[in-house]
Design a protein around this ligand. Sequence first.
Ligand code: PRP
Length: 181
Amino acid sequence: MPKKKEPLIRVLLSKEEIEKRVALLGQEISKKYFNLEEPLILVGILKGSVIFLSDLCRAISLPVELEFMGVSSYGDETESSGVVQITQDLTRPIKGRHVLLVEDIVDTGLTAKYLLKHFRTCEPASVAMCSLLEKPGKSNGEILIDFLGFSIPDDFVVGYGLDFAGIYRNLPYVGIVETST
Ligand code: PRP
């Protein structure tokens, strides 16, 4: 059988650019939460955030706890289905705790909007959002990202946690999938 043609991926954010930005985000977050009495809870939204979260948590110079939440709205599609599903919940209560949601990307903002609303019902002391990427204008300014890595154009991106049909998450850079003609 002939080998399936691989799509071309053009580097948008290099490994070095990402490393520098993540280090700065870690400093910003450490400064903002420096006087907490209990560890900050970082909630990584599966699966896309895992690479970013693992680098980000090591750039934060404060005690943190890690939690994960499984959410899916895309499946294997490139367009959001418009329906957010929780596929895995937190392992402990967050009432009275400071929580930082960690996302790889805020695209339409649907997932972030749903999650922020959901988390506020759990009565945390505070809930904030950190995202590596956002596509400006797509969420109509509805989502406030407290800690943002990069604003990017409205292209389909992969790498550093982001996938295309489940693959490319392990690329060390963020790239644009070029559609071949
Ligand atoms: C991606 C990403 C965000 C969401 C953002 O998740 O990780 O959670 O889409 O899109 P939105 O702003 O349009 O809602 P996806 O559903 O692809 O799952 P994955 O993280 O497992 O790849």
